[in-house]
Ligand binder design. Structure first.
Ligand code: NAD
Ligand code: MG
Length: 390
């Protein structure tokens, strides 16, 4: 290994599914990566335990009411880790110059401020928090460019597209981006069959093991809708040139269609460590611990058109891109509220798209030029969606 290639990682959302996959890669490559900072939302014991194992310089508990517990817990362990709390703590950590790489793996719009903070500090950002780019895609891309930050998509589809696009970065010859969708746990079901779905059923994804919010998003197809918006901003492609195809085996992670008839696909086992490893080591490749594909036993790879009658969330995302401005922020906020209500047993599964559609239609259009305006739209959409649910 070349000297000076040790990367210092700020891991936002360390206690989550992406956080844990990142830590497995750190464990595998202690000579390449060290954790300088980590955060969790409310999981104080898990965070202190992670500090004991990784000895970061800083740790942040996003729920500020737990600051004293974190401080005392670190002290009791005899750890020199500096305790931080709240959104300010997350933002300070993301900007701290003792880390060069920020893994944005917080779920939801709660991750927006720290993602922007990392961008303004010119960091290498591994973006798992897709809600940041859905809410404020145009501004985030501008901020990344303005401050010389680098954005690496960790979402498996966008990571696949990143790998299949021309290496020189241009879009010449690119005809379409084709995002694959597993179809989620309810592929092939009718609306009638979905009426009584429980959170446990929705979170039982056939191919991927993920946090609860994204699992529900996968079940409604909103995850793919958010990913279309994400791809639109990340790769500067119009919505008409972004197509979604259902691929239940989740082996082809996405594709780029070129004007000469070539289609490039990235394939692999459904394991997020591949995408995270590529973002961590780019332009090099490192061992991720993900097993290699065995084409002799793989069997069939199938592709089909998404059922947007049963799963209207995908169409709602295209509507939001078409409207532009604050519409994607409103879509995202209403969805977060509806998914939370569903997970807490306060809203039926089929009502999730209804709440999103009603909120999208009710709120006034605003331009997307200012983060404060977008955050205000986010808050207003949350209020509106919550009122509809009550
Ligand atoms: P998760 O629920 O497993 O973990 C979320 C993390 O965010 C946890 O560390 C939690 O403590 C923290 N968090 C939650 N609410 C917070 C708040 N209000 N403030 C600060 N921190 C908070 O979720 P996940 O599956 O790891 O997903 C994280 C992000 O990555 C999401 O945006 C998701 O869409 C995206 N993503 C995940 C996967 C996957 O395979 N898990 C794949 C692609 C994209
Ligand atoms: Mg994805």
């Amino acid at each position: 290994m070349r000297p000076g290639t040790m990367k210092s990682l700020c891991l936002l959302g360390a206690s989550g599914s992406i956080g844990q996959s990142t830590l497995k890669l750190v464990d595998q490559h202690p000579d390449r990566f060290r954790i300088t900072a980590m955060s969790a939302h409310t999981q104080i014991d898990a965070l202190i335990d992670l500090c004991r194992r990784y000895r970061p310089l800083q740790a942040c508990i996003a729920d500020s009411s737990l600051f004293t517990a974190l401080r005392d817990g670190l002290r009791a362990e005899g750890l020199a880790t500096t305790p931080l709390a709240g959104s300010e703590g997350l933002q300070d950590m993301a900007a701290d110059n003792r880390s060069d790489t920020v893994i944005a793996a917080i779920v939801g719009a709660a991750g927006v401020a720290s993602t922007f903070s990392a961008a303004r500090a010119g960091k290498r950002i591994l973006l798992a928090n897709k809600e940041s780019i859905v809410l404020a895609g145009q501004l985030l891309m501008q901020t990344v460019a303005e401050y010389g930050a680098q954005l690496f998509p960790v979402d498996s589809e966008h990571n696949a597209i990143f790998q299949c696009l021309p290496a020189h970065g241009g879009r010449a010859g690119v005809r379409r981006l084709i995002l694959t969708a597993s179809g989620g746990p309810f592929l092939g079901k009718t609306r009638a069959e979905l009426a009584t779905i429980t959170p446990e059923q929705a979170c039982r994804h056939p191919k991927w093991s993920m946090g609860r919010k994204i699992s529900v998003d996968s079940a409604t197809l909103m995850n793919k809708g958010l990913e279309v918006i994400e791809a639109h901003h990340l790769f500067g492609m119009p919505a008409e040139a972004i197509e979604v195809v259902v691929h239940p085996q989740s082996i082809v992670h996405s594709m780029v269609d070129y004007c000469d008839g070539s289609v490039l696909a990235q394939m692999g086992e459904p394991d997020m460590r591949t995408a995270i490893a590529y973002g961590l080591s780019y332009p090099e490749r490192i061992d991720s611990g993900v097993k290699t594909l065995d084409f002799r036993t793989l069997g069939r790879l199938e592709f089909q058109t998404p059922d947007t009658e049963t799963f209207p969330c995908l169409s709602l995302a295209y509507t939001a891109i078409g409207r532009g401005g604050n519409a994607p922020a409103v879509l995202n906020a209403a969805n977060e509220v509806a998914v939370m209500a569903f997970l807490e047993g306060r809203l039926p599964f089929l009502a999730i798209p209804d709440i999103v559609a009603q909120t999208l239609d009710a709120l006034a259009w605003e331009p997307a030029e200012d983060l404060a305006v977008l955050m205000a739209s986010d808050a207003e959409a949350r209020r509106y969606a919550n009122n509809r649910i009550h």
